[in-house]
Design a protein around this ligand. Structure first.
Ligand code: ADP
Length: 161
């Protein structure tokens, strides 16, 4: 049974995240999408809203070997606690590389048994970020092609549109 952890803020989940989840779900027996608090980013959606939106999307997509959890504490300790094989992260472009490389090596320093695996999304999602999706939605643009339908509804409700 090979389990991987896909950690992130998912504020909110986009089609790019979903693409990474689908790829991981094909490669591994079980994928745990671990939603992190991430105070540094002052999220639009609360932790419980973000994880509920991820769970609803997974159900709508019929992804049976993927589950949602809340990530508390140190990621490497969480990985060990959940008996996972590796951390999965998405790599969109060269611009992601430096930060992701640093994070992966820092996690390895903390626990050398924890591997990080990078998956690249479909090229059409490589420009997508939660930050841009929120900005477009705030300015009244249509985010329907960037996020799953339930997320679009939640975004509009959150922004009072
Ligand atoms: P974090 O706050 O941890 O960066 P995010 O929710 O922004 O969390 O992203 C989680 C992971 O998903 C990161 O590895 C990020 O690079 C990746 N990711 C974000 N957007 C996309 C996308 N459009 N395609 C592929 N991977 C993505």
């Amino acid at each position: 049974m090979r389990t991987v952890i896909y950690p992130g803020s998912f504020d909110p989940l986009t089609n790019g995240h979903l693409d990474v989840i689908q790829r991981a779900a094909r490669l591994f027996d079980r994928v745990i999408v671990a939603v992190a608090q991430n105070d540094a980013k002052t999220p639009l959606f609360s932790l419980s809203e973000r994880s509920a939106l991820v769970a609803a999307t997974l159900q709508a997509e019929g992804l049976q070997n993927v589950e949602t959890d809340v990530l508390d504490g140190l990621l490497v300790e969480y990985v060990v606690r959940r008996k996972a094989t590796a951390i999965v992260r998405g790599l969109r472009a060269v611009s992601d590389f430096e930060f992701e490389f640093q994070l992966a090596l820092m996690n390895r320093k903390l626990d050398e048994t924890v591997e990080t695996i990078f998956l690249m999304p479909k090229d059409t999602y490589s420009f997508l970020s939660s930050r841009l999706v929120k900005e477009i939605a705030r300015l009244g643009g249509d985010v329907g092609q960037f996020v799953p339908p339930g997320i679009k509804t939640a975004l509009l409700a959150k922004l009072g549109r």
